[in-house]
Design a protein. Structure first.
Length: 160
């Protein structure tokens, strides 16, 4: 994909491909990833470069090849919403090294993850998110399998 000027200047961006995500400016405030965005070359999703990010929405069936997700040091992040069946290839088993990190996001108020997302991830670390008031992972009415093999821990820095 060639350089796309609208993706660089828009503070709010909707992306439909991995390439569009790569082209985003580090100053975007809102990222919406459409349903079905994935690609075998993307195995790590590190969004820490988006230092102005306030809202992250990821659609259903996204990022099936990703082994590690990092949302670290996003001081303005307020909301994360991930759709169903994302971050999975339906491998049916614990995958050592598949990791989700959400750390040092002091303004994060809401984390919502749809059913059947992250089922094979063995690590889920949520740390230093003092404003977090809403955590929804999966759905209570179905066997969601989100972080099925992970030990979930919510940690806060005692010095904060």
């Amino acid at each position: 994909m060639a350089y796309h000027p609208n993706l660089k200047k828009n503070p709010n961006a909707t992306v439909s491909s991995i390439e569009e995500l790569d082209y985003l400016s580090s100053t975007v405030a809102e990222i919406i990833v459409n349903t079905g965005v994935s690609g075998s070359k993307l195995t790590e999703l590190d969004l820490s470069r988006f230092h102005q990010l306030k809202v992250l929405e990821i659609g259903d069936y996204c990022f099936c090849y990703v082994k590690e997700v990092k949302l670290i040091g996003l001081s303005k992040l307020e909301s994360v919403e991930i759709g169903k069946n994302s971050f999975t290839m339906k491998r049916r088993g614990r995958i050592p090294g598949y990791s989700f990190y959400l750390k040092d996001c002091p303004k994060l108020k809401s984390l919502k993850i749809g059913h059947s997302s992250f089922p094979d991830y063995s690590v889920c670390e949520i740390e230093n998110v003092e404003a977090l008031g809403v955590i929804e992972i999966g759905e209570s009415s179905i066997n969601s399998k989100c972080f099925f093999y992970a030990s979930l821990e919510l940690k806060s820095n005692p010095d904060s």
